[in-house]
Write a protein that binds this ligand. Structure first.
Ligand SMILES: NC(=O)c1ccc[n+]([C@@H]2O[C@H](COP(=O)([O-])OP(=O)(O)OC[C@H]3O[C@@H](n4cnc5c(N)ncnc54)[C@H](O)[C@@H]3O)[C@@H](O)[C@H]2O)c1
Length: 293
């Protein structure tokens, strides 16, 4: 990929797993990388490691707890005080199959953190992204979903899964919501003619700590699965990096990417009425001003 000096990226959840590899490779391309995360005990060590490995000094950590709207707003405020552009936003952080619990704002954690947290973050950063994109050099929003979205249902009457909780269904729903969000965002951006694109990626099955709440039976089974089936975090980060910097995707948005190729997402994700309905509901939940297409 071409070097990216003078470009700025935010990577959520960049202290671990796929996010760490994404941040590291973007730094290697010369980008100014801001890791947005809630893991501040690890942050210093991670930032030093990336700086050392990439010889890029423009790597930093800014606290952002995606399970708290106040924390997201404070993060954006601190970022904007830097008065720097934003060319790439990677919505990567996530939790999977956690026991039933709520975010600070009372939303079911998968829906609230994985989806609504990124919905709010993106919307608060949109003006900066719009100002930073230019013809031939679009700013890019890259959102990490999952193949799990293929088995998901969006329950508009119970987005918080309160009637019947299944950790797997709640995770899958949050990942489906991220696909619908990306397609609607892309339509909004295209309609206003801004130089910002939005794509969504599936990293594949990757050996990270995301599986900490999954029951494997024994460690040996987990090891065997990892060895046979899982990608490494570097391999898992590749599609996010591709979506963030490849010249092939200049000006191109609204794609679901897997292994650097466009793939069809679940048929329901193309339902524009549902995209709009979820977007408007999310605006109500987060206090973002709604725009109807
Ligand atoms: N690992 C896989 O096989 C796989 C498959 C499909 C999709 N994904 C997606 O990839 C993304 C990255 O996952 P990973 O596999 O690297 O997992 P991981 O557990 O290694 O990393 C998740 C990151 O999210 C951060 N995070 C968690 N809660 C947060 C909060 N409240 N605020 C801010 N950050 C928070 C963590 O600190 C961590 O840095 C997730 O969105 C996940 O759903 C992963």
């Amino acid at each position: 990929f071409p070097r990216q000096p003078d470009r700025v990226a935010i990577v959520t959840g960049g202290t671990d797993g796929i996010g760490y590899s994404t941040a590291k490779h973007l730094a290697r391309l010369g980008m100014h990388v801001i890791i947005a995360g809630n893991n501040d005990s690890k942050a210093k060590q991670v930032v030093s490691k990336i700086k050392e490995e990439t010889l890029n000094d423009k790597v930093e950590f800014l606290y952002c707890d995606l399970a708290s709207m106040m924390s997201i707003r404070q993060f954006v405020q601190k970022f904007k005080m830097k008065k720097i552009p934003l060319h790439v936003l990677i919505n990567n952080a996530g939790v999977m199959m956690v026991p039933q619990r709520k975010t600070r704002d009372g939303f079911e954690e998968h829906f609230g953190l994985n989806y609504l947290g990124h919905f709010l973050l993106t919307n608060l950063l949109l003006d900066t992204l719009r100002e930073s994109g230019s013809p031939g050099h679009s700013a890019r929003v890259v959102t990490v979903s999952s193949a799990t979205h293929y088995v998901a249902e969006l329950n508009m009457d119970d987005l918080q899964s309160s009637a019947c909780y299944s950790a797997h269904a709640a995770y899958a729903q949050s990942k489906l919501a991220l696909v619908l969000f990306t397609y609607h965002l892309q339509r909004l951006l295209a309609a206003e003619g801004s130089h910002v694109t939005a794509n969504v990626v599936d990293p594949g099955v990757v050996d990270t700590d995301l599986y900490r709440h999954v029951f494997w039976g024994t460690r040996l089974v987990k090891k065997l699965f990892s060895w046979l089936l899982f990608k490494t975090p570097d391999e898992g980060a590749w599609t996010s990096i591709y979506a963030a910097v490849t010249p092939e995707l200049e000006g191109v948005g609204g794609r679901y990417l897997y292994n650097e190729k466009e793939t069809k997402s679940l048929h329901v994700t193309y339902n524009q009425k549902l995209q709009q309905q979820l977007w408007s509901t999310s605006c109500d939940m987060t206090g973002v001003r709604d725009v109807t297409l």
